[in-house]
Design a protein around this ligand. Structure first.
Ligand code: PEP
Ligand code: MG
Length: 592
């Protein structure tokens, strides 16, 4: 038994045999010179291969549009467009006639050039499209070489798909009933594979570097899409444990899906709002499917985290607009850039910090680079004209920072006006409360902010001096620590003292074992990974405010984390004698 940890990209636990999906044949694309009089027949081979590829894609398109939202199925339309693009044809034909190379190589070389140009672009959305160019080129080359790739559509038994990387069309074409999990060497949370895996509800762990070399076809694998763990050849005991966890997870997830359209309301009528945290616009549809009533945190920095230059105003505007339009009239809160800390840009001057978690991060960086900040604010002001937008600033530590940020927002507004742009004159502006200093002056900040959003991931890290990414001290990051509870109470009370809503967008908001306590503290809005929404809703709908308040009162009187944890465990066992679904409990050390 061996455990390997990668990037948790789509939640859920699965146990199944591996299916190694490798692209061996394309590693050796033949490259040879042809006679001048052979160019015509090579070109005809290309036209035939292209026609067959378009035919296959059209069939796949018809099938896919019935299964998933247009937004994602549109990837296949884009592939057809590329295959039919006269410019693409001209480049291949020119290469064939000039270099006198076989057509497979001409297709490969031209696609490679296009991919390089795309990767050099400053637009991260465009850069993601490089995978589509490879996808189209591989399809064409396979046709030319008459190589039939093992078809993922024909899988007949349940498998965990293991691959170096998956092409978007692989994910769209595969038999989703049979693919129970996905693990890959490459990929990130924002890669296409991750987005599509979440859209199809298939647990996935990506970025495992060399998993394809470490396992063999047919071995048993446990994939834990919440913790990022992949267990190869689990022991009998581990297997039994994870099989149980997996089936419990599936059963509960499907039961909870029935809650989607019901309000998040306690037995005595207290209505709160459950929203989703997202990193990329493509997550909007899966969020709606889980019953999100809005987006409580869009981590806009993910637009910047791929190598390349800073993303410009237009690209940002398009991304924000996509999220707002996708959500219809539902509220969307976009957080301004939270670059730094554990989200360093992969280029200088961002990576030479000695202590990045206490360094040039989030609002500090935005205020130090007003042009960068104003570009983002202009994009937000323009997008706000098209939906229900709120904006919040991350890592606020004092009033001056918040006021400086508001002043720059005013400057951005004047610039929009001068440029004759259509923009929203105002939207709600909130402060993230994730530094103990901000919590201590929450009464002052509440006079200026339109709302608070509590970032417990950082608030716990900074309150308890525990690096959230360091596994040696991870167990010390206890949300149940009395210091954390007292700060939470203070923040929420100060918000309500000024009549503004208190939201929470840290991971704690998505932990159902903390829901009653947070209700008792008076939290108005819970924002979380979309897949946790039904689990939190199940708790809200079965408790009443009086008992939540008395739980909170008792918790606040506890002297240690341990006491708080025990109190909550007992309270939950009393109120939920049949148990309750906690999608993260078995998998992460989040629970009390
Ligand atoms: C937080 O700190 O709780 C938060 C939501 O922000 P992030 O996890 O992106 O730092
Ligand atoms: Mg944070």
């Amino acid at each position: 038994m061996k455990t390997i940890v990668g990037i948790p990209a789509s939640p859920g636990i699965v146990v199944a045999k591996t299916f190694l999906y490798m692209e061996e044949s394309l590693h050796e694309i033949p490259h040879y010179t042809i006679q001048k009089n052979a160019t015509q027949s090579e070109w005809e081979r290309f036209l035939k291969a292209r026609e067959e590829a378009v035919f296959d894609l059209r069939a796949l398109c018809r099938q896919t549009y019935q299964e998933i939202p247009e937004d994602q199925a549109g990837i296949l339309d884009a592939h057809i467009l590329m295959l039919e693009d006269p410019d693409f044809h001209d480049q291949i034909e020119a290469r064939l006639n000039t270099n006198l190379e076989n057509i497979e190589w001409a297709v490969f070389a031209v696609s490679h050039d296009i991919k390089d140009r795309i990767l050099a672009s400053s637009d991260p959305y465009l850069r993601e499209r490089a995978a589509d160019v490879s996808d189209v080129a591989s399809r064409l080359i396979r046709k030319l070489l008459s190589v039939k790739r093992v078809s993922l559509a024909d899988l007949e038994s349940d498998v965990i798909l293991v691959s170096h990387d998956l092409l978007p069309s692989d994910v769209l074409a595969m038999n989703k009933k049979r693919v129970k999990g996905i693990v890959t060497d490459s990929g990130s949370r924002t890669s296409h594979t991750a987005i599509l895996a979440r859209a199809f509800d298939i647990p996935a762990v990506l970025g495992l570097s060399s998993i394809t070399r470490e396992i063999k076809e047919g071995e048993t694998l446990v994939v834990n899409g919440v913790s990022g763990e992949v267990i190869v050849n689990p022991s009998k005991a581990a297997l039994a444990h994870y099989r149980k966890a997996a089936s419990r997870h599936r059963r509960n997830a499907s039961l909870l899906r029935g809650l989607r359209d019901l309000p998040a309301e306690t037995l005595d009528g207290r209505r709160v709002s459950l929203k989703a945290n997202i990193e990329v616009p493509e997550e909007v549809l899966p969020a709606l499917r889980c019953g999100a009533e809005g987006i409580g945190l869009y981590r806009s920095e993910f637009l910047f985290l791929t190598p390349g230059q800073i993303t410009g105003e237009e690209e940002q505007y398009q991304a924000y607009r996509r999220v707002l339009r996708g959500m219809g009239n539902l509220p969307v809160t976009i957080r301004t850039l939270d670059i730094g800390g554990d989200k360093l840009l992969p280029e200088p001057p961002f990576f030479d910090e000695k202590n990045p978690l206490l360094g040039w991060r989030a609002i500090r960086l935005s205020l130090a680079r007003p042009e960068l900040f104003k570009t983002q604010l202009r994009a937000l002001l323009r997008a706000a004209a098209e939906g229900n937008l709120s904006v919040m600033f991350p890592m606020i530590s004092g009033l001056e920072e918040f006021e400086q940020a508001l002043a720059i927002l005013d400057e951005a507004k004047s610039e929009c006006r001068q440029q004759g742009q259509i923009y929203a004159e105002s939207f709600a502006v909130g402060a993230m409360i994730e530094i103990p200093a901000a919590a201590m002056i929450a009464d002052i900040l509440a006079e200026r902010a339109d709302f608070f959003s509590i970032g417990t991931n950082d608030l716990i890290q900074y309150t308890l001096a525990v690096d959230r990414g360091n596994e040696k001290v991870g167990h010390l990051a206890q949300p149940s620590h009395p210091a954390v509870l007292r700060l939470l109470k203070r923040i929420i009370d100060c918000a309500h003292g000024q009549g503004i809503p208190a939201a929470m967008c840290g991971e704690l908001a998505g932990d159902p074992s903390a829901t009653a306590l947070l209700l008792g503290l008076g939290l108005d809005e819970f924002s979380m990974t979309a897949q946790s929404i039904p689990a939190v809703k199940q708790i809200i709908r079965k408790v009443d405010m009086e008992s939540c308040r008395s739980l909170t009162k008792e918790a606040l009187a506890c002297a240690s984390s341990q006491q708080v944890s025990l109190l909550i465990e007992t309270w939950m066992a009393d109120h939920f004698p049949q148990g309750y679904f906690n999608p993260s409990a078995a998998e992460r050390l989040l629970t009390f």
